[in-house]
Design a binder for this molecule. Structure first.
Ligand SMILES: *Cc1c(COP(=O)(O)O)cnc(C)c1O
Length: 430
């Protein structure tokens, strides 16, 4: 207790030195601060954060938020027993792989599908199962590194497959692939360049062309790592140019894989879809058990896929936030700035800005948004950002010059009261 009181006093002294005026009942304010510290000592390590950055799939902030329906389904199967590996019709043992396979097939048009822990696991699993000890041909322009040290070249080495690089960084031609084909070739791999763009003098080989090249030989498969893999056609709305999963599968590609918690907007998962003969082989592999997904993820995935199939894609927070109109964003920004307008500690201004998609997807896409640009009478932008970040709930903001920016694309109406309270704490009102 004494430690907390000392710490509270130290904090306030330093604030006063910085020129912050503390009005009101001093003892009350000190007690409030101490009480907050005591509560914090019992706080969870993994806790909620208000994402004011406008980056929709913020990798450090947990990527996709789940829909209400997905959360309800997670709670239901977590609290109760479930038919995770039980066939209710026949009363016999079932397979967890069957739970969402039909939904994935319907949503993507695939012959078969399965789910593993994440997309990185899917890439490893597919290479290990079909290309161990054999050659995999990849364009030099697609030897990508995804955040968290996941590199195509390293994961390939780990899987025991031999990487055969073809083409150059900016240009790869059909002939580069066909020249590299030989009896040792197991696979042509296409990797979505999720987190960067090559512009200018460039050429890539399409999935259709890869399918054609592989068709000239028996037993050479084509696999495309789609990265995010969208089910909703954002490109149609003028947002980016992510290929929709079912269109990619229509090319005749043997397998694709994509993340559950990027633009799909579901739980962390790696979804593998494509030809049944390959999916069957994967399901039988020893690694299927190693990489398997738990019941809560299945519950959340099921709800997420159902939302797409029932045209309720806007129930999925990631999709909703991507498609949110400027007016909707502005309304929230106005509600917030109205709420704090009487407080003389802050100066607020609503300005046009851009949100990013994040999560290593659509690196070149900037979605117009409204932000509240905030200045505090005494705190510099970085101190203001620090205080908001370390408060409860933690609020993460962008800084720009002397101001902080709060982007309301990633802040929901439901979060406004807590956000306003977080601001109120920086005014030392009691
Ligand atoms: C994000 C990404 C991965 C990894 O997916 P996780 O679900 O994060 O494991 C793999 N490949 C590509 C191209 C990606 O964009």
């Amino acid at each position: 207790m004494t430690v907390h009181i000392r710490k509270a006093l130290e904090g306030m002294r330093s604030d006063i030195k910085n020129g912050i005026v503390i009005n009101g009942d001093l003892t009350g304010i000190i007690w409030n601060t101490v009480e907050k510290m005591l509560n914090e000592a019992d706080e969870n390590r993994l806790k909620r954060v208000i994402n004011g950055t406008g980056t929709i799939l913020h990798t450090n902030l947990g990527r996709a938020r789940l829909s209400k329906e997905a959360i309800n389904r997670v709670a239901e199967v977590a609290v109760n027993y479930s038919n995770l590996e039980f066939e209710i019709e026949s009363g016999t043992r079932g397979s967890r792989h069957d739970l969402v396979e039909d939904l994935i097939k319907q949503a993507t048009g695939a012959e078969a599908a399965m789910v593993v822990n994440n997309n990185a696991a899917a890439v490893y699993f597919i290479l290990k199962t079909f290309a161990k000890g054999k050659e995999v041909i990849v364009s030099r322009g697609q030897l990508v590194e995804i955040g968290g040290s996941f590199r195509i070249s390293s994961i390939m080495e780990e899987s025991g497959a031999k990487l055969v690089e073809v083409g150059t960084t900016n240009k790869t031609h059909v002939k580069d692939y066909s020249d590299a084909l030989n009896d040792e070739t197991a696979m042509l791999l296409k990797v979505h360049t999720s987190n960067f763009k090559t512009i200018g003098f460039t050429k890539t080989v399409s999935t259709e062309e890869l399918v054609e090249i592989a068709g000239t030989r028996d037993e050479v498969m084509v696999y495309e790592d789609l990265g995010s893999g969208v089910l909703y056609d954002f490109a149609k709305e003028g947002i980016g140019e992510e290929p929709v999963v079912h269109k990619v599968l229509e090319t005749g590609v043997d397998l694709v894989s994509f993340s559950g918690d990027k633009l799909l907007g579901g739980p962390q998962a790696g979804i593998i879809a494509g030809k049944k003969k390959y999916i069957d082989q994967l399901k039988k592999h020893q690694l299927a058990r190693v990489l398997r997904v738990d019941k809560m993820s299945f519950a959340a995935l099921e709800a997420t896929f159902k939302a797409y199939l029932n045209q309720r894609h806007k129930d999925i927070p990631t999709v909703r936030d991507m498609l949110q109109s400027l007016e909707e964003v502005k309304e929230k920004a106005e509600e917030f700035s109205d709420a704090i307008s009487g407080w003389n500690s802050f100066q607020a201004e609503i300005i046009r800005e851009y949100s990013m998609v994040g999560g290593g997807t659509m690196p070149d896409v900037r979605i117009p948004t409204y932000v509240v640009k905030l200045n505090h009478e005494a705190l510099a932008a970085h101190s203001l950002a620090d205080k908001l970040r370390t408060g409860t709930p933690s609020v993460i903001v962008r800084t720009s010059g002397d101001s902080i920016l709060l982007d309301f694309r990633t802040i929901t109406r439901g979060e406004l009261p807590d956000l306003i309270k977080a601001m109120e704490r920086l005014t030392y009102r009691d």
